[in-house]
Design a protein around this ligand. Structure first.
Ligand code: ADP
Ligand code: MG
Length: 684
């Protein structure tokens, strides 16, 4: 059998080997599973005369002119012609060797993205090759793969290494899936699947359908992911935590609340209590729609930790939310003698010293903050419970930093991860399969209805009238100008313009403005003024999206709704309807609306069920929208696409039991093959 080490490949020295390690490639076989992110079509030559702007194209032409020009900076301009037209190649970085090689009269073949300038079509930094007139210069027959890479490792290099590895290893590649499973699921052969994925024929480029070859790889990856999650879950159950059992303070807290817990809250609270009582860490995901009352559930868990003599930390994504949590918790905890502390980024030196001291001594029992919670200067006395609010706003790394900080002689804290973005079941199984799942699926009673209206922005004046009527009734209004531009400056401008307009339209009423570019102090001031009803209307970018609780707000107007995801719209709408008043959500859109945009708005208009909405969002926009950052990180699937392939997951889950039990070695190898070291990383 051929060797599997990287060094025996042509073109691999110590430095390339090091770079491959960054990509989690340690042996030749790993190269086979380094899959393309996209493809380039280099099977044909395009005519220069027929080129459009902003497309990827391959052209061949004779060099007419090569010149250095200075336009603020030095650049190399090459003009080429193929008889149908002339185009330019523009280079900002180049060396002398490149410049001398691109000589007038030679023929080049180049591949790149076209753009249109006043003087015609050009490509910036295309891939190019000078053709040898004595040779045939054949075109590839299959699509050219583009791989995920790392600095200093070119596509050409990766392609060459992967081709070599394919030659050496493909034939004897171990088929880890038992034939029975492969045939039950209708999968093609692994080696064929890899061949077709690295070098697909042009006809099979359609990315939305699952060919048998692709289905093979997708299934393998999803099986590996599921088994990996189960392994993490089992491993976490082998860790130790302190059992937290005393519930006196918890009982006092419940009886002091000005409301009765909902059945859902009671059910979840019971699940959490029994988790906390064990000497293995709780690892629980708590999903509950906006306004379903997750904070009080968190407080009950913390009360149990306090009672048992341990600290808890509550991590929120923004300072504003951290502050709101602090206020709520103080209202509940102060009468019970429980001491809380808020770790803000901007504390006076003396305040910070005192708080740090109280955290280290254990005087401060409940610590609230943003990621400031795990800064180096903070030492906890005995952190036994970590609660993360609005998980999707954090990277996994941040949660892990906090947990690592809390780790003490191998004792791991209990963890409760809360999210207001309902996650479709299939996606939750893939992304959070290592966590136990709790769901609060009812809203507290006594809340007013919300009516949702979708209307064109041409009707904005009528909406302003409606807002005025709400304000005159003593209610408050949010006016949201969401993030629609890449640049934060533009967003600020649109929010500022709206602020000005509404101030003119609604004279005599108190109007505030909050956006991401304001200092934390100003942001907090605007939000707390709104909360205290010092303001009637608040113009905001999406900074108000998560968690803020103002029961008197009865109307929200959202601009540019056609540009937002459904989950995000649902979150925004959740800012109202928190009190007893009837509420209105007005979604303004720009005409004309495309078909998908229409469908999306209809989904949100007709439903308030967060799970239904997120299922639709997954269908229409994919998992990134729902999971945010976590999707890119750890579940980082190479080929499976949750929105396209979700339907496979229930079936795959059934197969996993049998596979793990009957073929433990193979299933372990399959996890290594697809997930590699990521699994160690997650296993804190
Ligand atoms: P979320 O789940 O969105 O974080 P919060 O915890 O902020 O929701 O709760 C929203 C509001 O509902 C808060 O004012 C909270 O005090 C209140 N609340 C929580 N549980 C109940 C309940 N069972 N009955 C009435 N109001 C409740
Ligand atoms: Mg909340």
């Amino acid at each position: 059998m051929e060797k599997d080490d990287l060094k025996s490949l042509k073109g691999v020295g110590p430095s390339v080997e090091e770079k491959l390690k960054n990509l989690e490639i340690f042996k030749q076989t790993d190269l086979l599973f380094h899959l393309p992110i996209r493809y380039e079509d280099r099977t044909i030559i395009n005519k220069i005369g027929a080129l459009e702007a902003d497309v990827e194209a391959q052209v061949e032409g004779e060099i007419l002119l090569s010149s250095m020009i200075f336009r603020g900076r030095r650049m190399l301009m090459i003009q080429i012609s193929d008889g149908t037209g002339i185009m330019a190649l523009r280079f900002f970085t180049f060396n002398k060797y490149q410049k001398d090689a691109l000589k007038k009269g030679l023929t080049v073949r180049c591949f790149g993205k076209t753009r249109k300038t006043t003087s015609g079509i050009e490509m910036i930094h295309p891939n190019y090759e000078i053709l040898d007139p004595g040779k045939k210069n054949l075109l590839p027959k299959t699509l050219t793969p583009v791989y995920p890479t790392t600095q200093g490792l070119s596509q050409g290099k990766l392609r060459s290494l992967i081709s070599q590895a394919m030659k050496n290893k493909l034939e004897n590649l171990e088929d880890l899936l038992p034939t029975k499973i492969a045939s039950d699921l209708g999968l093609g052969s692994l080696s064929q699947a890899l061949k077709e994925t690295h070098h697909p024929k042009k006809e099979s480029r359609d990315l939305d359908t699952l060919s048998p070859a692709k289905k093979r790889l997708v299934t393998e990856e999803l099986i590996a992911n599921q088994i990996g999650m189960r392994q993490i879950k089992r491993a976490s159950k082998k860790q130790s935590s302190v059992p937290l059992k005393k519930t006196d303070i918890n009982q006092l807290l419940i009886s002091s609340l000005p409301f009765l817990l909902t059945e859902s809250q009671k059910k979840v609270q019971a699940q959490i209590c029994s988790d906390l009582a064990l000497d293995i860490p709780m690892m629980r995901l708590l999903q509950g729609d906006v306004g379903s009352g997750k904070t009080v559930v968190a407080a009950m868990a913390m009360a149990i930790a306090v009672d048992s003599g341990f600290q808890s930390a509550l991590m929120a994504p923004t300072e504003l939310l951290a502050e709101q949590h602090k206020q709520n918790l103080d209202r509940w905890f102060e009468p019970l003698g429980v001491k809380t502390g808020l770790l803000k980024s901007k504390l006076k030196a003396s305040e910070k010293r005192l708080l740090t001291k109280n955290i280290a001594s254990g005087d401060c029992q409940v610590i609230i903050g943003t990621h400031a919670l795990f800064q180096e200067s903070i030492e906890y006395k005995n952190l036994a419970l970590v609660i993360v609010d609005e998980q999707h706003r954090f990277g996994v790394e941040q949660r892990f930093s906090l947990i690592n900080k809390a780790k003490n002689n191998g004792i791991v804290p209990h963890q409760l991860i809360m999210t207001a973005t309902p996650i479709p079941r299939t996606l939750a199984m893939t992304a959070y399969g290592d966590l136990d799942n709790s769901i609060i699926d009812e809203l507290p009673g006594g809340r007013g209805e919300i009516s949702t209206l979708c209307t064109s922005e041409e009707k904005r004046e009528e909406v302003v009238e409606k807002a005025l009527r709400e304000i005159e009734k003593g209610r408050q209004v949010y006016w949201v100008c969401p993030l629609i531009e890449e640049s934060e400056d533009h967003n600020r401008e649109s929010a500022e313009a709206m602020f000005k307009k509404l101030s003119d339209d609604l004279p005599g009423h108190r109007i505030g403005l909050v956006h991401g570019k304001l200092s934390a102090d100003k942001k907090n001031k605007a939000m707390s003024d709104f909360k205290e009803h010092e303001l009637d209307l608040l113009v905001a970018t999406t900074v108000i999206e998560v968690g803020v609780d103002v029961p008197n707000a009865s109307m929200i107007v959202i601009e540019n709704t056609e540009r937002l995801g459904l989950s995000q719209l649902h979150q925004l709408r959740g800012r109202i309807g928190r009190g007893e008043h009837e509420s209105f959500c007005v979604m303004l859109y720009k005409n004309p609306l495309g078909q998908t945009a229409k469908e999306r708005l209809e989904v949100i208009r007709s439903s308030r069920d967060g799970f239904y909405i997120s299922e639709k969002d997954l269908e229409l926009r994919g998992p990134g929208e729902i999971l945010g950052i976590r999707q890119k990180g750890v579940v980082g699937l190479k080929i499976a696409d949750i929105s396209r392939d979700a339907y496979l997951i229930p079936k795959i889950n059934k197969v996993c039991d049998q596979f793990e039990n009957d073929f433990p070695k193979e299933s372990e190898k399959l996890v290594r093959r697809w997930i590699g070291n990521q699994i160690n990383y997650r296993n804190v």
